[in-house]
Design a protein around this ligand. Structure first.
Ligand SMILES: [Zn+2]
Length: 711
């Protein structure tokens, strides 16, 4: 038996795969024991960084223009004045004035997303053009003049929305029975309510637009409603204008104008209209600056002082928001918007929706039992809104970030144990769906599963958690803030986060490319079997050999997860030792010398989304492992490398190059006598990346070494 333990600074080690050999003799290699190693500063010895590989192709579907501004006007006077919710009651008229920059020369028409509406008129830079009707869920506007790249064009589209049902726009009548509350009470719609809910692609049902998350624009939303109806929306409430009414039964019309001072994607735009009561609060920063907090709830929801969850009590439910903002500013940086708000709606198919600066919450959250939901939506203002997923393939960036942030809020409030408890619940949520999660990569889930909780939320939260644990807080949080700053008020694909981490944390224990390939672009998680055996040594210490097997399976699941791990050894007298290693093979021997007999062996599963079992510790007689020394020079290999190895005895030898997914290519096979060998390592036909060389002796794997090929 033999092992490779490279001892680097701080007593941390990289253990490479090693395999048993029978017989006796040969010599020992240096090995080390790390006792009670501190988590920081970062001292992991690393797998050689992956060569810079080409960026995966972008999945953004560009149109030949970029929207700069939406000026949307919605006439909801009749919509809110009626009492029914039939198809005719849902009809409303709108006007969207879209200012855009042309990105491609020579285009003659512009396509917009628009569905379930009739187009009443269209003008381009004030010139009326034909109003073509939606085909499928888009419309085409013919340009009445030629345009050049960089030109600014203003397209005004007047339309009548006719969804006929709850789709994009949701409308409920006063008095509708919603269901039974948690106390068995009957819940009704308190006031007529209309609201929009667009994620991922339903904004097109209530306004013509470029309904794609990468195309953010400034926006002004003006909404006309009967007097005494409130409108809650994104950004800043500029004005509320009163106009005379021409609608029978409506004494006056109020027009609310909300303005976004920073870009917003269409899926984060929202309008809520109902007879709302308003609650004002504020977050006061340590430097004295303030963020206004505005809440819109039904008046019955501010009357109770109940804190048991039996009654709606908005003030109680929202009481911790200022503290949450302080917590999240400490993790993510300054809150980036002019205000924050929440509007309660009911019925609502979801718990909450992080509409930019005006989250929609399910009224059931006002019973005070949904604090993590409130924290989740607030965290989205950074992870999702400040930087949005650029495509729906990247939705894990949003939802993983916000779900992980629930744990951050608990950590800020109660400490590390509460954080871990929330992560453990996410692990359970994920593992309970094993048959599905082992097939479903985080990146680019099928459209029907983009909001599948087990992966898009729970596993994705673990990806953030694992990145944090892998490099430590002192590196991870500054890098996360740098990523948010780089893409501030824009959007990001998965590859953008990867590139940002590569730039800011260039030497992680596992190359970022490898980490993302395993955890984001592939499915599943490591399933480990650990078989420990202990041999007493003549010096009174113990030689511990742990065979670590990765047994995960599935066509989309990596055969090998390359990850940093910590083995934790405990003795019956309370002794404790840790040993760190990076897994690089499906089957790997980790060896360590301990000053005590380890009666229990555990893995740091709190840091890695995994399942593992440990066989009972077996006791084996002490044997002197014979070792084959093997190394690759130089590192990284450029052009031709050299494979150096020393055989302690003669035997039948096979040398092969293995990819991290297990594919192999034989370099040499034949009988060799004991001695030192230098073997040319030619990789011209291989892609850049991390590989291993494996040496077999007499049909037994005897040694392997990882190297980086960087052509
Ligand atoms: Zn979310």
């Amino acid at each position: 038996m033999r092992s490779y333990v490279w001892t680097l600074g701080g007593g941390f080690c990289l253990v490479l795969p090693a395999f048993a050999l029978g017989g006796s003799g040969a010599w020992w290699l240096p090995r080390s024991v790390a006792l009670e190693a501190p988590r920081e500063p970062l001292q992991w010895c690393s797998v050689p960084p992956t060569a810079v590989l080409e960026r995966r192709p972008s999945a953004i579907r560009w149109r030949p223009y970029n929207v700069l501004r939406y000026e949307l006007f919605l006439d909801w006077v009749q919509l809110m004045a009626r009492t029914g919710v039939g198809a005719a009651d849902r009809v409303f008229r709108g006007l969207n004035r879209i200012t855009l920059r042309v990105d491609s020369p020579g285009i003659q028409q512009l396509a917009f997303d628009a569905a379930a509406m009739s187009i009443d008129s269209v003008a381009v830079n004030g010139i009326p053009v034909a109003a073509s009707q939606p085909v499928g869920d888009s419309i085409t506007v013919q340009l009445p003049f030629s345009v050049a790249a960089g030109d600014t064009v203003v397209v005004e589209i007047a339309y009548t929305s006719r969804t006929g049902r709850n789709l994009g726009l949701y409308l409920y009548p006063k008095g509708q029975f919603v269901g039974l509350g948690p106390g068995g009470d009957s819940v009704f719609v308190e006031e007529r309510i209309a609201y929009t809910m667009s994620e991922p692609e339903d904004a097109r049902y209530w306004m013509p637009c470029n309904d794609a998350p990468h195309d953010k624009a400034l926006a002004t939303l003006s909404v006309a409603v009967p007097e005494s109806v409130s409108v809650a929306s994104n950004g800043w409430l500029d004005t509320v204008m009163q106009l005379p009414s021409t609608v029978p039964g409506v004494r006056a019309v109020w027009v609310y104008r909300w303005t976004d001072t920073v870009p917003i994607p269409t899926y984060l735009m929202v309008v809520h209209a109902s007879r709302y009561a308003h609650i004002a609060d504020e977050y006061v920063r340590p430097d004295g600056s303030r963020v206004p907090l505005l809440y819109y709830v039904w008046s019955s929801d501010v009357e109770s002082s109940d804190t048991t969850g039996r009654r709606y009590n908005a003030r109680y439910a929202f009481r911790n928001v200022p503290q949450m903002m302080r917590a999240y500013e400490s993790f993510f940086g300054r809150y980036p918007f002019v205000k924050y708000g929440m509007a309660a709606v009911q019925p609502f198919a979801y718990g909450g929706m992080e509409h930019q600066t005006m989250t929609t919450v399910n009224r059931s959250w006002l019973r005070g039992m949904a604090e993590l939901g409130i924290a989740h939506e607030l965290a989205h203002q950074w992870l999702g809104n400040l930087v949005s997923c650029a495509t729906w393939n990247d939705i894990w960036l949003n939802e993983g970030g916000a779900t992980w942030s629930e744990a951050l809020w608990l950590e800020w409030l109660f400490g590390a144990e509460a954080y871990q408890q929330r992560m453990e619940r996410a692990r359970t949520d994920y593992l309970e769906q094993r048959p599905t999660v082992m097939q479903l990569p985080l990146y680019a889930p099928p459209r029907s599963l983009i909001f599948f909780y087990a992966t898009t939320y729970a596993k994705a939260a673990w990806v953030y958690h694992m990145m944090r644990r892998m490099v430590g807080d002192s590196l991870f949080f500054p890098a996360l803030r740098a990523y948010l700053a780089r893409h501030r008020f824009g959007s990001a694909e998965t590859e953008d986060l990867l590139a940002s981490l590569q730039a800011d944390i260039p030497n992680p224990p596992v190359p970022w490319r490898t980490f993302f390939d395993q955890w984001v672009y592939a499915a599943g998680h490591p399933v480990l079997e650990i078989l420990p055996s202990v041999s007493p040594l003549p010096n009174g210490r113990y030689w511990v050999r742990c065979l670590v097997r990765q047994t995960q399976s599935g066509s989309a699941v990596p055969a090998v997860f390359v990850m940093p791990w910590v083995l934790k050894f405990r003795g019956s007298d309370g002794s404790y030792a840790e040993h760190r290693f990076v897994s690089t093979a499906r089957e790997q021997l980790v060896e360590v010398e301990l000053p005590f007999f380890p009666s229990s062996v555990q893995l740091n599963a709190e840091d890695v989304l995994c399942e593992y079992t440990v066989a009972p510790v077996s006791v084996a007689p002490a044997t002197q492992p014979r070792a084959v020394q093997l190394r690759v020079v130089p590192q990284p290999v450029q052009g031709e490398g050299v494979l150096e190895f020393q055989l302690p005895e003669a035997g039948s030898v096979k040398l092969e190059v293995v990819t991290l997914t297990g594919a192999s290519r034989v370099l040499y096979q034949g009988f060799l006598s004991a001695g030192v060998y230098h073997f040319p390592l030619r990789m011209e036909s291989s892609a850049a990346g991390v590989y291993a060389v494996r040496l077999w002796m007499d049909t037994q794997p005897a040694a392997s070494v990882v190297f980086q090929w960087s052509p």
